[in-house]
Design a protein. Structure first.
Length: 209
C-alpha cells in the first residue's frame, strides 16, 4: 500500500458479512459497504499524518487534501497544477474502494496560491468508463474554491483546463456533481491552510448513509 493511501479495500467477504444472501456483488453494493468504514481508525491515522506533514511544511499557503473512494478501484489518470505542487508525497496513483488518499498541495515560492485538479478513472455500476475530476483553489488574496465534475472516460484527454479553471474560480467552498450513475462532492475550509475533502461515489449511495 502506498504511504499516502489509508484503509483496507472492501473485499467480497466484507460484503457478505452485511449481505449474507447476496448473489451478485456490484460496485454499488461495494460502495455502500465502503461508506460504513469512512470514519475508521485508518481515517484518524491519515489525518494525523497529514497534519504532521503540514507542520513540517510551515505556514505557507497549503491544501491538506483527503479524498475517499467508495466504488471500485480508481486510478489517477492525470493532474493539473495551475499554481503550486504536491509536497513530499505524490498524488495517490491508485485508491481502492473503501480507501482514503491524502496529500499536501502547496503554493509556489512567488506570490500565488494553491490551485490544482486531479482526475481519477473508474467505472459506474454498469461498467461504463468514467472520469471523476476534483479541483481546489486557495488564492493568494480572496476566498477559497472547490469544484468537481464527472464525465465520460477520456474526456480530459482534450484540453479543457482553462474552462475548468474558470468554473473552479466561480465556485464557493462546496460543490457536487451527479453524472451517468456517478456522484462526487468536494468541500474546502477557509483560511490559508484548509482541509480539502473529496468523495468519489456512485449516485444514490451517500444518501443512504
Amino acid at each position: 500500500m502506498a504511504g499516502n493511501v489509508f484503509g483496507n479495500p472492501i473485499t467480497d467477504d466484507d460484503v457478505r458479512i452485511l449481505y449474507p444472501n447476496i448473489t451478485e456483488i456490484t460496485p454499488k453494493i461495494r460502495a455502500e459497504v465502503a461508506f460504513r468504514n469512512i470514519t475508521t481508525k485508518e481515517g484518524i491515522k491519515m489525518r494525523k499524518l497529514c497534519e504532521k506533514t503540514q507542520e513540517r511544511y510551515g505556514d505557507g499557503i497549503s491544501a491538506l487534501c483527503m479524498i475517499f473512494n467508495a466504488p471500485e478501484v480508481l486510478n489517477l489518470h492525470r493532474q493539473k497544477d495551475w499554481h503550486g505542487h504536491v509536497y513530499e508525497s505524490p498524488y495517490p496513483a491508485k485508491i481502492q474502494n473503501g480507501q482514503w488518499g491524502a496529500f499536501l498541495h502547496v503554493h509556489p515560492s512567488w506570490l500565488a496560491g494553491s490551485e490544482a485538479a486531479v482526475i481519477y478513472r473508474g467505472h459506474n455500476n454498469d461498467g461504463a468508463l468514467c472520469d471523476w475530476m476534483l479541483s481546489w483553489g486557495i488564492p493568494y488574496v480572496g476566498d477559497n474554491h472547490a469544484y468537481t465534475e464527472i464525465r465520460e472516460g477520456r474526456h480530459y484527454e482534450t484540453d479543457h483546463w482553462n474552462y475548468i479553471q474558470g468554473l473552479l474560480e466561480s465556485q464557493s467552498t462546496e460543490h457536487e456533481d451527479t453524472w451517468n450513475g456517478c456522484y462526487s462532492i468536494v468541500t474546502i475550509g477557509e483560511g490559508t491552510s484548509p482541509e480539502y475533502v473529496g468523495i468519489m461515489a456512485l449516485d444514490g449511495v451517500t444518501t443512504k448513509q
